[in-house]
Write a protein that binds this ligand. Sequence first.
Ligand code: ATP
Ligand code: MG
Length: 439
Amino acid sequence: MNLPSYITVLLDRLAAHGFAGYPVGGCVRDFLLGKIPGDYDLTTSATPQEMLQVFKDYRCIETGLQHGTLTVVSESNNVEITTFRTDGEYRDNRHPTEVTFTRDLADDLSRRDFTVNAMAYGQTEGIVDLFGGKEDLQNKIIRCVGDPDRRFNEDALRIMRALRFASTLGFEIEKNTADSIHRNAHLLANISVERIFVELKKLLCGVGAEQILLQFNDVFCCILPELQPITGLLQHNPHHLYDVYTHTAKTVSLCEADPVLRLAALFHDVGKADTFSQDENGVGHFYNHRAYSVQKADVALRRLKCDNATRNTVLFLVDWHDRLFGEFTEKTVKRLLRTQSSEELLLLCRLMRADSKATGTRLHEPCPSADRLEEIVLRLQQENPCLSVTDLTVNGHDLLALGYEPKEIGKALKALLEAVTDGKIENKKEDLLTELRKN
Ligand code: ATP
Ligand code: MG
C-alpha cells in the first residue's frame, strides 16, 4: 500500500515510541479495490493518554478521546487515530455501555462491522486479514464479522450500513447476513433518524440501488412506511410493466446519482395507493396521485429530519414529475423560475426521463415533455432574462426615493417582476420607474 507522507510520519512517530499503528477499515478496502482512499483512519496500541504524549507537538483535537479517538492534524490533514478497543455490552441496539482499550489488533478488528471493513495494513506485515475480507472483496460479498444476529442487535445502524456498502460497491449480501437483516429490520426503530437518513442517501446513489431496494423492501418499509402500500401494487395499465414499487426502484436507478434526484424518484409515486381506480375497460388510473405523493413525501422527509432545501426541491420534483407536454409553455416555465432555479428544472427533466424509461414499455422512446422543458430552460438561461427581483433594473433604494414605505417594497418589487416576466413591461429602469409612479 502506497501511503501518503502525512500518514507515514504519524506511523513512524508511533513506532519510534514503541507503539503499533495501522491504517484500517475503509482505506484498506478502497486500496484493495484499486481506488484511492478518501481518508485514512489509523488504529494503534497506544492509549489516548499515550497518544497525547506521542503527538504533543502536533495540533490535536480531543473530542473523541473518551472512545479512544484523537484527531491529529498532519500536513494540514485531519487524521483520526483510535486506540485498539473492544466494545462492552450494548444498550438500546446502538450504544456500547463502555469501551475497553486493548493492546491486541485482533480484538480491534473483531469489533468491526463487515469482513471487508475489518482489515488493517502493517508496514512490515502487509495486509492483516483475520476474517476473510480479501476473499469477500474479490467475490463482492458483504458479510458480518461474527454472528450477524448479535452484531445487528449490538448496533442496528449496521443494517443500513450493510445495504449502503452493498449498493455503493455493487456487492451481494451474504445469505446469513441477509437473512439476519430481514429478521432484525425492526431494530432500526432504535436508531436516530439522522444517521439512517445519511446512510439512505448514500445507498440511493449506489450502482446497486435498484437491486437493494427490491431485495430489502421490508427494511425500507420499516424506515419509510409510505412505501408499504405501493409494494406489489399492480397498475393494470398497458404503459406499465411493473408494480409501483418495482417501477420506483427502477426509476431511482435510472436517474443520475444525485441524492436529491434519487429521493424524488423514491417518493414520486407513493401517492398512487391512495388514488387507484379502474375504468370500464379495466385500465388502471391514478388521477392526481402527485398531490398525495407530495403530501406523503413531505411527512416522510420531515420525519427523517431532512434539511429544508433538500425537502423543498424533492417536493417540487415530485409535484411536477408527471405533467404533460402541453403544460410546459414558455410562460409556465418563466413562472416556475420565479421560485425554482434552472438547475432544479433540469433535474426535473432527468426525473421525467427516468420515470418514463422505468415503465418498462418506453425504454427507447424519447420523452417529449422533458425535451420541451429542457429546451425552454436552456434557451431562457441563454437569453438571461429577468428571473428574480434581484435581476430587476430597480431596487429598494429607488422605491424609497419614490416615497414607498419600507414594508411595501418587497410586494412592489414582486409585482414588477411578475409584470416583466409576463412581458407586460420591459426591464428598463425608466419604464419600471414610470410604472411605479402610477401606484
Ligand atoms: P466510507 O468512509 O468510505 O464511507 P468506511 O469503511 O471508512 O467507509 P466509516 O464510517 O468511516 O466507514 O468507518 C470506518 C471503519 O470503522 C469502518 O471501515 C469499520 O471498520 C468501522 N465501523 C464504522 N461504523 C461501524 C459500526 N457501526 N459498527 C462496527 N464497525 C464500524
Ligand atoms: Mg471512512
